[in-house]
Write a protein that binds this ligand. Structure first.
Ligand SMILES: O=c1ccn([C@@H]2O[C@H](COP(=O)(O)O)[C@@H](O)[C@H]2O)c(=O)[nH]1
Length: 283
């Protein structure tokens, strides 16, 4: 029997959440033991989980989405993963869309396992980040799982770190590497449902190179852009207006340290939403 069709696509749910909260902002949950309240010699997993749950509670109702940095949890093994499951669950219950920032990538047969892990079961999220380094065939299982589950996939295209240039800006006969990846993603979003502006395959494009991000936006008109690099990495939402469409959709600005370690994360989240709304208004 065919799997039941999802109630709505990730793009539709994200657009509704952005409209409800007033701006396309995402709070990154990157809990680091040294920065969260904890007892010396106490349980690190309990500390990062409690901190993450407090941030979820503080930002629920303010932002459309949260992004969990899986590495912050996985470094603690199975207990850390179990904590990530609970934080994802709590965020979902608080009506936050969830992005598992897992940056997975492997040959197709193994990619299918990763895709299953993040679309169904205890680690299921509304979207997952993936690496395109092994080729476009390895993205297909993620695309198929996302389309079937009504979730999203964000492919790394142009990352926010300084070393992103090392490989992503290399020239090839088909253009720069990032442009080749962008073209592949655009192809994967073919055949949109009627009334849908964006497909299930989005792109990670760093805020630290706004002109590059803008050029990539043009190459991927059907992709939602997940835009890290705001705040701690110096990216400025005001420089990112061109990433949004006329309805203020199409991009999701995400910031972690500058919000979760602010004196008042709720206030940090409000500021991020306001900055995203202002950027989208000018788009
Ligand atoms: O190009 C990328 C891709 C992913 N990230 C991730 O986003 C957050 C950024 O944290 P900040 O504290 O807002 O700098 C983190 O989880 C990164 O791994 C990115 O920064 N750039």
């Amino acid at each position: 029997m065919a799997a039941p069709a999802p109630a709505s696509s990730f793009a539709t749910r994200l657009a509704a959440a952005v409209d409800r909260r007033g701006g396309a902002a995402c709070v990154g949950l990157d809990p680091v033991l040294e920065k969260v309240p904890h007892r010396n010699g106490g349980d690190p997993v309990a500390a990062i989980e409690a901190f993450s749950l407090r941030v979820v509670e503080a930002v629920a109702g303010l932002v459309p989405a949260v992004k969990l940095q899986m590495a912050c949890f996985e470094r603690y093994g199975s207990r850390g993963v179990a904590a990530a499951e609970r934080v994802l669950g709590a965020a979902g219950e608080a009506e936050l869309l969830t992005i598992a920032d897992a940056k997975r990538g492997d040959i197709g047969v193994s990619a299918a396992h990763y895709a299953a892990a993040f679309t169904a079961g205890p680690l299921a999220a509304d979207a997952v980040t993936v690496s395109p380094y092994l080729g476009f065939d390895t993205l297909v299982p993620f695309r198929e799982a996302a389309a079937a589950a009504g979730t999203g996939v964000f492919v790394l295209v142009r990352t926010s770190n300084p070393g992103g240039d090392d490989l992503q800006s290399l020239r090839t006969p088909g253009g720069g590497v990032a442009e080749v990846v962008a073209a592949g993603i655009e192809r994967m979003n073919g055949g949109l449902q009627a009334g849908e502006a964006y497909g299930p395959v989005g792109a990670v494009v760093g805020a630290t190179r706004p002109a590059v991000a803008e050029a990539l936006r043009v190459r991927m008109p059907r992709s939602i852009l997940l835009v890290p690099g705001i705040g701690a990495q110096g990216g400025d939402p005001a420089a990112l207006s061109a990433l949004f469409d006329a309805r203020g959709h199409g991009a999701l600005l995400t910031a972690s340290r500058s919000v979760i370690y602010a004196e008042d994360p709720a206030e940090g989240a409000r500021r991020l939403v306001a900055a995203a709304a202002q950027a989208a208004d000018r788009g």
